[in-house]
Write a protein that binds this ligand. Structure first.
Ligand SMILES: [Zn+2]
Ligand SMILES: [Zn+2]
Length: 308
């Protein structure tokens, strides 16, 4: 079986159309988007989801996604995947339409004998320009200084001082659920070894660390090297160390980048609008061989590195 792995789509319908064409041309059964999927972004939902579903249904494909930091967690909460700011569904896919489903944090499944795990979540470095659903206005709008509502309470009450608070009138564009939690790490680490992880964030490989620091000029102090981003990577790394995947595919950094983290080959896929760099065909026959080669004890240099 062949599946198209795609980097961040950010709700971009042109990108979706392009990915569908590639998936058909490559004989793929469906598409997995590695977070920042965005087709239920608050102002577009449900119009865009319906559009996407129709496109997929017309050609007999499906689309699944892990959660990125730019995802509608209000909807994922309404669908039962998150509760009280914490991911709670890990044992099944969460359908949004007949053709579209969400792959929860720590969910595992098999395709042709290859064991996969999905684990979304990452930090929004532009959090201060975003609006959360419930911020205690009295304390200003910053997500750091503002008091957030305790999720799930109705009427919403401030997490810290328990006063009743009002929702922002603007559409939310940031959710505290975006970060991988210790609960996620524990639950995902307990499932035993997997062959392939599909994530939004990446473990910090040497290659990624160098690249992020090299972006100093464009981003002043470097890109996504802040403590919260690093903390999220560290939580992902703890899962990688526990379940020892041979391959990990991720989005989030908006670049095509490869590296090694321990025994794991890490492949970052670029975002919407970057053509060939925005997807990778995953052929289970091909990867079964690569996984077997990487699993075999050997003094030889490891086979199974990705080309390109
Ligand atoms: Zn992201
Ligand atoms: Zn993104």
């Amino acid at each position: 079986m062949r599946v198209l792995l795609a980097g961040d789509t950010h709700g971009d319908s042109r990108q979706a159309t392009g990915l569908i064409s590639v998936a058909l041309a490559e004989g793929c059964e469906g598409i997995v988007v590695l977070g920042d999927w965005g087709f239920t972004w608050p102002t577009e939902y449900p119009r865009l989801l319906k559009w996407l579903h129709n496109q997929l249904q017309d050609v007999g494909l499906w689309m699944k996604f892990v959660d990125g930091n730019h995802e509608n967690y209000t909807l994922l909460r309404d669908l039962g995947a998150f509760e009280g700011g914490v991911a709670v569904v890990r044992d099944r896919e969460v359908p949004l339409a007949d053709t579209v489903s969400y792959l929860p944090r720590g969910y595992t499944w098999e395709w042709d004998g290859i064991r996969f795990m999905s684990l979304g979540g990452a930090f929004s470095v532009d959090v201060d320009h975003r609006t959360s659903e419930w911020v205690h206005q009295r304390f200003g709008s910053s997500k750091y200084s503002g008091h957030l509502a305790a999720p799930g309470k109705n009427p919403a009450r401030c997490r810290e001082c328990d006063e009743e608070i009002r929702p922002h009138r603007r559409k939310p564009s940031w959710w505290p659920e975006e970060l991988i939690t210790d609960e996620d790490v524990e639950a995902a680490s307990a499932v035993g070894p997997v062959d392939v992880m599909l994530t939004h964030d990446s473990p910090e490989t040497t290659e990624l660390r160098n690249e992020l620091h090299n972006m100093r000029d464009a981003w002043n102090l470097g890109y996504k090297i802040d403590a919260v981003s690093a903390g999220n990577r560290r939580r992902l790394e703890r899962v990688v160390e526990a379940v020892q995947p041979k391959f990990l595919f991720h989005g989030h950094y908006h670049m095509w980048i490869q590296g090694e983290y321990g025994e794991t080959h890490v492949q970052g896929i670029n975002r919407d609008g970057t053509g060939h760099a925005s997807y990778s065909v995953f052929d289970t026959d091909h990867y079964r061989e690569l996984i077997a080669a990487r699993s075999a004890p050997s003094d030889e240099p490891q086979a199974g590195r990705l080309e390109s």
